[in-house]
Ligand binder design. Structure first.
Ligand SMILES: Cc1cc2nc3c(=O)[nH]c(=O)nc-3n(C[C@H](O)[C@H](O)[C@H](O)COP(=O)(O)OP(=O)(O)OC[C@H]3O[C@@H](n4cnc5c(N)ncnc54)[C@H](O)[C@@H]3O)c2cc1C
Length: 487
């Protein structure tokens, strides 16, 4: 088989939103980057292959910004028909045309070589070209969701739920177990202007009455079928193919129920799409220098090394999924925003390995809040920015925490990431210039807070044509030959 070798500064594994943001931010800060992604389309669970919508921090003024917002604004601009074909292209364009970034699609990482506590290279099989790629890098980030680099490197990780007493987390079970949240094969339907019959496959499950789908609201206009879920009581990595078969039986069975077993107001609806790639919620989580817990989340995560934020509730699905007849999830309250520490974004025992996405160093309980995709995206941008600093300085991720934390935080804020409770440092020239405006008070523009907080706007608003301008610096005046002052 063909073998190709590559050498970069920073290699990111997994092209979900976390991996994309990590790769792009590092490349924008001068690192030579490779992004290795096993699918043909980018975005992970947000892509056309899984079709989950992007959620993040609840509440007014808590929107995630930075690279994620660039993507979302571009999508709003170009994707008026709300089509996955356009969204996939927006995602692809961001990465594919980013200078300094080489994208390996259809390329699955499955091996690597370590040197002491250091990952030296990874190996990936590219399906479309029948090629083995070996990529050497100074730093790696595992953004694969399932943490493929943990078994390859021997990095410490956990699977499952902590015992309540271990970290004093009252939403965890009394005994630790290996149960997780499950995975889902989603379905999408479309309304038409005429009745649409549906014949289910013979192997689909039968849900004869609504009582067979307790607590699973299946009004087509109100759900995205996230509750079609299994796998939390199985091995959420190694049992995936078997679980996919089961999930497909459920998905087609649910649609059969909606169309053929009772009046669900769906006569004119047609099944548009079924996901054959299960979207994963939870599996291996890295152990870093800090393990984020439920109590950190509840205390708003005001860490000195805060580099990203969440704000989703602790959305803790029952591991039984469809097998559990009660409510499929419990939304345990969490503050919004809550801060996420940089020390949760790198391995504690592999010296050049970062992680970003749902696999960061967190307990099951904390991860049930940090796992939503807008949060994963801002985590990814933080990890990628840290990687670029580490590459420039010739240090590892922990060295960035020890020696360059302030720079990391300021760089993120300069790049339009919001770090709660932190002020962006305003450059000397902007800080000392005299500001004038055609109307209103421009001073909030340089107060270091770049969004409204509560009822304080922190911005300047003007009518069309209005302006803000730094006053021109007065030059030292010189006497001219005539003794008059030059203007
Ligand atoms: C059914 C379902 C519903 C959800 N609902 C929501 C929701 O409404 N809103 C929300 O924000 N979040 C939701 N979530 C959670 C969210 O989707 C995930 O937590 C999030 O996608 C994790 O992001 P990530 O970048 O870490 O991983 P992913 O999005 O899974 O991306 C990781 C990528 O890495 C790739 N990869 C894996 N292994 C390798 C390898 N060996 N080599 C190369 N590439 C690899 C994978 O193919 C994948 O595309 C839901 C999750 C599921 C499953």
């Amino acid at each position: 088989m063909r073998r190709l070798e590559h050498e970069v500064d920073f290699c990111v594994v997994g092209g979900g939103l976390a991996g994309m943001c990590a790769a792009v931010s590092a490349a924008r800060h001068g690192a030579r980057v490779a992004l290795v992604h096993e699918r043909p389309v980018l975005g992970g669970n947000a892509s056309s292959e899984v079709r989950m919508w992007i959620c993040g921090a609840h509440g007014r003024n808590n929107r995630e910004t930075g690279i994620l917002e660039e993507l979302e604004l571009e999508n709003i601009h170009r994707n008026k028909s709300v089509s996955y074909a356009v969204w996939d292209a927006v995602l692809y364009e961001l990465v594919r045309y980013q200078p300094g970034l080489e994208l390996f699609l259809n390329c699955s990482v499955n091996d690597g070589r370590t040197d002491g506590d250091h990952l030296a290279e990874i190996t990936a099989w590219q399906l479309t070209t029948q090629t083995w790629h070996t990529i050497r890098a100074r730093l790696f980030a595992d953004c694969s969701g399932d943490s493929i680099l943990a078994p390859i490197t021997g990095a410490d990780f956990r699977i499952g739920r902590e015992a309540r007493d271990e970290f004093g987390e009252d939403i965890e079970p009394e005994q630790a177990d290996r149960r997780t949240m499950g995975m889902s094969c989603l379905i999408q339907a479309r309304e038409t202007d005429r009745p649409q019959p549906f014949t289910p496959p013979a192997w689909a499950h039968v849900y004869a009455t609504d009582a067979d789908l307790p607590h699973r609201g299946h009004e087509v206009r109100k759900t995205n079928f996230w509750w079609i879920e299994l796998g939390g009581e199985d091995d959420s990595i190694h049992d995936t193919e078997r679980l996919r078969d089961e999930l497909l039986k459920v998905s087609y069975g649910v649609w059969d129920h909606i169309k053929n077993r009772g009046d669900h107001g769906a006569d004119n609806w047609v099944l548009d799409w079924v996901g054959f790639l299960p979207g994963k919620r939870e599996s291996r989580r890295y152990l870093g220098d800090h393990i984020l817990t439920q109590n950190d989340v509840r205390a708003e995560g005001r860490f000195p090394d805060l580099v990203a934020f969440g704000g989703w509730s602790m959305d803790d699905h029952h591991p039984g999924g469809m097998r559990y007849p009660g409510e499929p999830t419990i939304f345990h309250p969490a503050p919004s925003p809550f801060g996420l520490p940089y020390r949760s974004l790198y391995s504690r025992n592999v010296s050049n390995l970062l992680c970003a996405g749902r696999n960061i160093s967190a307990t099951h309980a904390a991860m049930s809040a940090s796992r939503v995709m807008a949060t994963c995206a801002v985590i990814g941008q933080a990890a990628g920015t840290a990687a670029a600093i580490a590459v420039r300085e010739g240090i590892g991720p922990r060295g960035v925490y020890q020696h360059h934390l302030a720079e990391l935080q300021q760089t993120l804020m300069d790049d339009d990431c919001y770090l709660s409770w932190h002020l962006r440092a305003i450059p000397e020239l902007s800080r000392t210039a005299k500001l004038t405006a055609s109307e209103g008070d421009p001073e909030p523009l340089r107060n270091g807070t770049d969004r409204p907080i509560d009822d304080v706007d922190n911005g300047w608003h003007g009518s069309p044509g209005a302006w803000v301008e730094p006053a021109r610096r007065s030059l030292p005046r010189r006497r001219c030959a005539t003794g008059r002052r030059e203007p």
